[in-house]
Every structure is written in structure tokens, then in C-alpha cells.
Design a protein around this ligand. Structure first.
Ligand code: DGL
Length: 358
């Protein structure tokens, strides 16, 4: 047999052997929600574009390599720019993913998403989902038809990670620009650059090279398991939202000369919790401090966070202030999500602080 015929036969065996042995490719469902990855621009080199134009089938067609890595199915949950993301969509997304895993429809899920609130959706899902299956969010900083569009490679990387056994039991992750991030740790740090994300405190979980994940540290796993929801509990969250019984939590930014005007307006509006995005190590103006006192007197929970990207707020703050919940390493926007969900189950500062401490 000539070398050429031998090589052809060997190649055929390599590709057909898994099927012959009944070894199936991992099954990955891509749940699309919109964002720039689905955006289109009038010019490949222009800067303006419309996000959330393409559907999941078009996104899959733009990353042909994904079908070699997994058996792919696509699901269009919504098609929005992610600055318009809502808690109701989060609950629907969580319910769909829960159902996909509970009914063994797939082994891993990729969520395509706008980058503006990707970190929030990832953290919400990390809190409510209790499965070890990989859930990986990804997006793009350039629209699909831009010169140098980053969506296809981000989608390919996300599918490869969601299909990989090493991605199990690591909690919800995100993949952008070849980096792997943990849901609780990453944040958007650049408004337009393709390298738009970072984990300021701990760095990325790992990198993806040639479709293979390389982790820098052990399985992150899920830190806060007290808030995972089964299907019934996700439906109860949805009912609470519909009946306007879902906890209301807003964020107040502190800065030089900040007044308590917004805090008092929120108190008038009926608030369940307020997150203070303080300056430095969770500090704030004198006026904000008196506003916080009024919150506590009215039974409104207060989380002390910081607008600073790294370091978080821990107990060794300059001026401990009784009655507040300390945010730890969570950004204000993630502390808000955690407080909202925790308030559906707990109602004392001590219980809530225990959730934040993990
Ligand atoms: N409107 C922004 C969003 O959907 C576009 C940013 C992006 O997706 O990269 O988050």
C-alpha cells in the first residue's frame, strides 16, 4: 500500500473511530441574547453599528470550527443590547439553562451576550444555577461584519471551553480575548478595546490556546451555594417580580461632596436595600453617612462597597459602621445582585453578612 493510501486510511479511521466506538462529541447549546457579537455595522471599518441584529444561526455560521468540537444546537432567548438586560430575562435564562441540564439536553451551555452587563448576568447565573455543567458567557467588542471582528473566535473559544471536561464544577465563566474569567471576579475595564475585561484582584482563571483551556488555578466552583434555585424556586422568583414583591436594591455612588439626596429619594420610593459604591476602602461623605443612618433606622439594608476596581471592602475599614453589610471583593453591581437574591431568603444583617463573606 502506498504511503498516500495509508495516510488516507489512517485519517478516515481517526475521524470515524469515535463514532464507531460510540464516542459522541460533547453537546453544547448556544443561547443567544444579543449584543455586539450579533451586531452589524454599515461599514467594516466604521465605529458605529447596531447591536443585536443577527440570530444565533448566523453566529454559528460565522464560527464553522465549532462543529468539529461539539454537537451544537442554537437557541434564541432574546435579541437585545445588554444595557437593556433585566432581572426577568435573567430568570428566564436561568430557567432555560436549568431545564437544558436537568433534561440532559446538553453537556455545556454558551451564552452569547452584550459586554456591557455580561459580568452581571454571569454572576446572577453563578448564584442561581446548581449544576456542575459548564456555563460560559461570551460576546464581542466589534460587530460581526467589522474588519477584525472578535465574535467568531470568542464564540469558538467559549464552545471549546463549554465542551471541555476540565470546565465542569468551576461555576459560571466568561471567555473574552482568549482569557477565561470567573463570574464573581471579572469586570469590563475598557469601553472599546477587544481586550475589554479583567479580574483586577485575582487575574483570569486561565487562557484558551488552539481551543484548549489552560487553567492557572484550581476549580473555582460555586462559592455561594445557599442561593441556588431549582425550577420551582426560579418560577417563584419570576412570580415575585411579576407581583412586584422582588427585593428592590439600588446603588449610590459616593464622591467628593456627595449629598444624601438620592438616598432620601430612594427611601421615599420604598427600598429594601442600598449598595454604597464608596470612595477608597468603602468610605463616603458625612452626608452619605447620615443618609445611611436613616436607611438603617427604616430597616433598609446597606452594603458597603467601593467604586475602586480592586481590593474590595473588608472589615478592617477605617471607620466601622455598625449595622452595615461589608461587600468583600464584590463590585457594587455584583453586591446589588447578591443582596437582591439573598433578601428573597434571609432578612437579618447577620445572615446576609454570612452570604457576603463566602
Ligand atoms: N450595547 C452594548 C451591549 O450590548 C454593546 C457592547 C457589546 O456587546 O460589546 O452590551
Amino acid at each position: 500500500m502506498s504511503l498516500k493510501k495509508y495516510l488516507i486510511l489512517a485519517t478516515l479511521c481517526i475521524w470515524t473511530l469515535p463514532a464507531l466506538c460510540g464516542v459522541q462529541k460533547p453537546r453544547v447549546t448556544i443561547v443567544a441574547t444579543g449584543g455586539t457579537i450579533a451586531g452589524t455595522a454599515s461599514s467594516a471599518t466604521g465605529t458605529s453599528y447596531d447591536p443585536a441584529q443577527l440570530t444565533v444561526d448566523a453566529l454559528m455560521a460565522q464560527a464553522p470550527g465549532i462543529s468539529a468540537r461539539a454537537t451544537i444546537t442554537g437557541l434564541q432567548l432574546c435579541n437585545i443590547a445588554s444595557q437593556h438586560m433585566t432581572t426577568q430575562i435573567w430568570i428566564r435564562l436561568g430557567s432555560v439553562i436549568d431545564s437544558l441540564f436537568k433534561n440532559d439536553i446538553c453537556d455545556g451551555v454558551v451564552v452569547t451576550h452584550g459586554t456591557d452587563t455580561m459580568e452581571e448576568t454571569a454572576f446572577f447565573l453563578d448564584l442561581v444555577l446548581g449544576h456542575d455543567n459548564p456555563v460560559v458567557l461570551t460576546g464581542a467588542m466589534r460587530p460581526a461584519n467589522a474588519l477584525g471582528a472578535d465574535g467568531p473566535v470568542n464564540l469558538f473559544n467559549a464552545v471549546c471551553l463549554a465542551a471541555h471536561p476540565a470546565a465542569r464544577n468551576r461555576g459560571v465563566m466568561a471567555v473574552m480575548n482568549d482569557y477565561i474569567y470567573a463570574a464573581a471576579e471579572f469586570t469590563k475595564v475598557h469601553t472599546v478595546n477587544p481586550d475589554a475585561f479583567a479580574s483586577p484582584d485575582r487575574g483570569p482563571l486561565g487562557v484558551i490556546r488552539g481551543g484548549n483551556p489552560h487553567f492557572f488555578r484550581g476549580p473555582a466552583g460555586r462559592l455561594r451555594t445557599q442561593l441556588t434555585c431549582n425550577t420551582k424556586e426560579l418560577q417563584e422568583l419570576s412570580d415575585k417580580l411579576r407581583d412586584k414583591a422582588f427585593p428592590r436594591v439600588e446603588i449610590i455612588l459616593s464622591y467628593a461632596g456627595a449629598t444624601a439626596g438620592l438616598i432620601d429619594a430612594l427611601l421615599k420610593n420604598g427600598m429594601d436595600g442600598i449598595v454604597i459604591a464608596g470612595v477608597g476602602h468603602g468610605n463616603y461623605s458625612q452626608e452619605i453617612e447620615t443618609g445611611i443612618q436613616r436607611c438603617l433606622e427604616q430597616g433598609v439594608f446597606v452594603v458597603r462597597a467601593t467604586r475602586v476596581l480592586a481590593g474590595g471592602v473588608t472589615f478592617d475599614v477605617e471607620k466601622p459602621f455598625d449595622g452595615q453589610i461589608v461587600s468583600g471583593m464584590l463590585s457594587p453591581q455584583k453586591a446589588r445582585i447578591l443582596l437582591m437574591l439573598a433578601l428573597t431568603r434571609f432578612n437579618t444583617t447577620e445572615q446576609l453578612q454570612k452570604i457576603f463573606n463566602r
